[in-house]
Design a protein around this ligand. Structure first.
Ligand SMILES: *[C@@H]1O[C@H](CO)[C@@H](O)[C@H](O)[C@H]1NC(C)=O
Ligand SMILES: *[C@@H]1O[C@H](CO)[C@@H](O)[C@H](O)[C@H]1NC(C)=O
Ligand SMILES: *[C@@H]1O[C@H](CO)[C@@H](O)[C@H](O)[C@H]1NC(C)=O
Ligand SMILES: *[C@@H]1O[C@H](CO)[C@@H](O)[C@H](O)[C@H]1NC(C)=O
Ligand SMILES: *[C@@H]1O[C@H](CO)[C@@H](O)[C@H](O)[C@H]1NC(C)=O
Ligand SMILES: *[C@@H]1O[C@H](CO)[C@@H](O)[C@H](O)[C@H]1NC(C)=O
Length: 320
């Protein structure tokens, strides 16, 4: 090993000191030299079922779980209506969190309450150098705009059920999110309708342009328009590993109930490149469960998804 060889040749006191630090850290579960967690566990936030039934009061669409699993993460469901202490303990056990799309309130719901607690914990942690990524898809993106600005800043758009190409901004080429994407896929994303939109509310570019909080916090990576209103479709935070897409990267590979979901090779590649990006972000976090038992009890494998493709827009759903 080159570094060890060099240390042996010029063995100053400084090198000796560094060597001691390395040796002492090597007894920790993750060595400093690793700098990567190859067993990432990501929380996916549940939300209220619109018409609850006994044992079916909250849910997670299975496509979000598959999305993360496909890129090498394991998933823990983050249940609604838990205590702040329970959320804090879960936060310290997982390596990132995803806020899925859906239909609940971003101002007052169990989903919003949990999202806010994790958002605040993530901001605090990242400030301390504890890298904790947060991802919002569709409703999750809208939730992030509310948590960041403290205001509802959304406008009505005609975008419930349409696939669109992304209109990339000049910021995209310096973005963390798209840096690892192949040039060919970027070209396809910009020219073909590969991103599925299922939302009635959007962050208008004009609103973003006039919101100091949002402008300071998020870099806009793409926009779209419904023909009337231009809206922000992809963001990443400048100073935090916080990401949002108004569109649905998980659907292309895993949802089949709607004719407007794209399934072309480039569309499916989009699913996997987005997932790979976020899971790699979670690999930079070293939180872990206190025990193996606690970890296995928390994992989504303890639940079975239900086939719902015949009467819902999701192929499979986890109910809680
Ligand atoms: C709800 O779940 C519990 C525990 O799994 C089970 O015993 C009970 O029968 C379920 N109730 C209904 C209505 O399915
Ligand atoms: C909404 O958009 C669709 C295309 O996605 C279009 O067919 C429809 O006419 C639009 N509706 C309105 C009210 O603009
Ligand atoms: C892309 O965004 C730019 C800047 O806002 C705008 O001028 C252009 O018309 C948009 N293109 C499309 C196809 O929406
Ligand atoms: C983006 O970059 C192009 C080429 O460098 C430039 O012509 C254009 O004005 C830039 N647009 C914005 C909004 O900065
Ligand atoms: C928002 O600001 C950007 C950058 O200054 C500009 O290119 C864009 O046209 C603005 N969009 C709207 C809708 O005001
Ligand atoms: C969908 O089908 C399942 C199983 O057949 C049933 O339990 C559920 O109530 C149905 N949901 C709706 C919204 O019809």
């Amino acid at each position: 090993m080159a570094t060890l060889g060099r240390a042996a040749v010029c063995f100053t006191f400084r090198n000796m000191f560094l060597l001691c630090i390395c040796l002492s850290f090597s007894f920790l579960p993750f060595t400093l030299s690793a700098q990567r967690n190859d067993r990432p566990i990501i929380g996916v936030l549940a939300q209220e079922v619109f018409q609850p039934k006994p044992n079916q009061t909250s849910y997670i669409a299975a496509s979000y779980v598959k999305f993360l699993e496909a890129a090498g993460a394991r998933v823990v469901p983050v249940m609604i209506d838990q205590t702040p202490e329970e959320y804090k303990s879960l936060f310290n056990s997982i390596n990132g969190i995803l806020y899925p799309g859906g239909g609940v309130s971003i101002i007052s719901s169990g989903y919003e309450r949990a999202a806010k607690i994790f958002y605040e914990l993530a901001i605090e942690a990242n400030k301390r150098g504890d890298y904790f990524p947060v991802w919002g898809t569709c409703l999750g993106f809208e939730q992030l705009t509310y948590l960041t600005s403290g205001k509802v800043t959304l406008s009505h758009t005609n975008t419930s059920g349409v696939a669109l190409p992304l209109n990339f901004t000049n910021e995209t080429k310096d973005s963390r999110m798209f840096k690892g994407f192949p040039a060919e896929l970027m070209k396809d994303l910009a020219s073909e309708p590969l991103t599925e939109n299922s939302h009635q509310w959007s962050l208008a570019t004009l609103t973003y342009n006039t919101s100091e909080e949002l402008q300071k916090f998020y870099k806009v990576l793409s926009t779209n328009t419904d023909g009337q209103t231009e809206f922000v479709s992809t963001v990443e935070a400048y100073d935090y590993p916080i990401y949002g897409t108004q569109w649905h990267p998980e659907k292309n590979a895993f949802e089949w109930t709607k004719p407007y979901i794209p399934h072309s090779p480039s569309a499916v590649k989009t699913t996997f490149y987005m997932a790979e990006f976020f899971v790699n972000e979670a690999r930079k976090n070293f939180h872990r469960f206190e025990s193996e038992e606690g970890e296995s009890k928390a994992l989504i494998y303890n639940y079975s998804p239900v086939y719902t493709g015949h009467n819902s827009s999701f192929q499979q759903i986890y109910f809680f």
